[in-house]
Every structure is written in structure tokens, then in C-alpha cells.
Ligand binder design. Sequence first.
Ligand SMILES: Nc1ncnc2c1ncn2[C@@H]1O[C@H](COP(=O)(O)OP(=O)(O)O)[C@@H](O)[C@H]1O
Ligand SMILES: [Mg+2]
Length: 316
Amino acid sequence: MNAPLYSIPGAAPAAAAAAPSPGADSGARTVNQVLAESQIETVMDELDRDLVGLTPVKARIRDISALLVIDKLRRNLGLEAQAPSLHMSFTGNPGTGKTTVAMRMAQILHRLGYVRKGHLVAVTRDDLVGQYIGHTAPKTKEVLKKAMGGVLFIDEAYYLYRPENERDYGQEAIEILLQVMENQRDDLVVILAGYKDRMDTFFQSNPGMSSRIAHHLDFPDYAQGELLQIGERMLDGMHYRFGPGAQQVFAEYLALRLQQPHFANARSVRNALDRARLRQASRLFADRDRALSKDDLSTIEVADLRASRVFAAPAA
Ligand SMILES: Nc1ncnc2c1ncn2[C@@H]1O[C@H](COP(=O)(O)OP(=O)(O)O)[C@@H](O)[C@H]1O
Ligand SMILES: [Mg+2]
């Protein structure tokens, strides 16, 4: 009747898990003391500053952080409670910042002492599920071992469940995950990511998984103005800038690209900028005898953007 209990080695021993964090027994009494000791405000401020938009996501992360800080204050005063459940689902279209936010979340959880290491291991079905009988459990356990002490981020998690195939090995991975999510939740946080509609269907068919996910965060598509801001931040981060008129052309580019198939939010912005850099490089490369200034080398000109096929007249 009882399924074997999986315990992933490398996890914090149960005794240590009861008083896990640096500073948990510090006697902090105020929210500010916990914030100062854990320095999570730095991470939250960086999250606010570095990431454009995402207002609802940022608000949820502040709420979760508040819960954890209060939980810590309670523990310091000996008020017992089960470790809060921290498994999450991040739903939204591609390029809406799910992976990026998950990495920040891992840092916050680490600084507050909810995970020992704070790293993020990102996987998909193929990393967890084997092709042959007997291959899935070792694969899944290996991944879990790597993720212990941090966050396991499962992208497109619903592919683990394939109801059309009765003997799909994905089910085996799900069962192992469920046990570890329950029994070792003081040292591993699982984040399931993917499209909202598919995740909803997955949860309907997998109530066990659904009941273990405490926080559902929905990542909205970015508005056009946000995409433009994201592009400017990205350029700045790579030490490039738009030349005269180029920002306006990039805005036009985005307006057109948004309407086209396979648009992937911030990821499409990054790809567009990468291609603009390629064109800039070819343009400069062609001019063999010119001494290239810092300005030349860091400027994306209108022509570097206009050459995109997004601007090509639609086929008649
Ligand atoms: N709000 C944002 N502000 C700035 N850059 C962002 C933002 N959201 C996403 N990005 C950038 O866009 C790219 C794709 O984001 P990612 O987190 O991988 O999206 P997802 O996991 O939802 O597909 C990354 O390079 C990331 O840094
Ligand atoms: Mg991603």
C-alpha cells in the first residue's frame, strides 16, 4: 500500500531544517531587523528596478516575502507552525520573465534561509523522464539531488503528464516529485512554469500536484511601451545605444512584430536586438579603412533596424 519513500541525499537533515537559516535564531524582533539581516530588500529593489512592468507579479512576490519574514519572526519567538509551503506555478506566454523572476525568487528564499544554497536548476520533461523502463526514477532523482537546497524550475511542466499514453513514464516522475515536494519541502522549492491554459488542464488532471502548489503567479504579456523600455534596458546592459531616430524605428518595429506569429514578448525583443547588432557589425566591417570610434562601435543606426524583414512589404 505504502509507496516507497524517496529521500534525496544531500538534503538538510530534519534537525537542521527546523532551524535552517542564518539569522533564524538571531533574536530579530522587528520586520526591519529581519530585512536588514537577510538583505532581501536589496533583491526586491533590484527586482523592481531591473524588470520593466510585471506589477502584479512584483506585488505577489512582496506578499510572499512578507509571509516569510513574519514566519521567521514567529519562529524566533517559538511559535510553531509547519514550514510554509513554497511551491509555485508561474504561468504566462514565452518571454514574459518567468525564468528571470524564478532566479530572483531563489535568491530571496535563500536570503531568508528557506533553502540552503539558492541556486536554480531549470529542466524540462526530457531531463526527468527516461525513454525506457527503469530509466525515469534515476533521472528524476539525479535532477532532484542537483536541485536540493535551491529551486527546481520545471518548464512546460504539463508535458510530464500524457494521458493519451497509458504507460507514459512521466507519471513516474510526477509521483517522485510529489513525494519530495511534500517530504523535503524545507529544502527544495519547485516552480512549475508554462502556458496558463495547459497548466490549468494539468492541475485538473493532477489534483495531487495542484494541492501542493501554494502560489500561482500569472505573468501578463508586455504592453508595447514596456517592450520598448525592455529593449532600451537590454541595449544599455550590452553597452549599445540607439542612434538618431533609431528608437522611433524600433518602436515601429515592435508594433509590427507584435502582430506577427511566434511573437515571444521580451525574448523577441532580445532576438531583434541581437540581429540588429549583427547588421551593425556587418555595416562597420564593410568599411575597412575607417578608424572606428567608441561611438561608432556602440551605436545601432536606423539602417540596422530597417533591414529587418519585419519591415518588408507583406507578400501580395
Ligand atoms: N520585465 C522585464 N524587464 C527586462 N527584461 C526582461 C523582462 N522580462 C523578461 N526579460 C528578458 O527577456 C528574456 C526572456 O525572459 P525569460 O525570463 O526567459 O522569459 P520566460 O521564462 O517567461 O520565457 C530574458 O533575457 C530576460 O532577461
Ligand atoms: Mg523560460
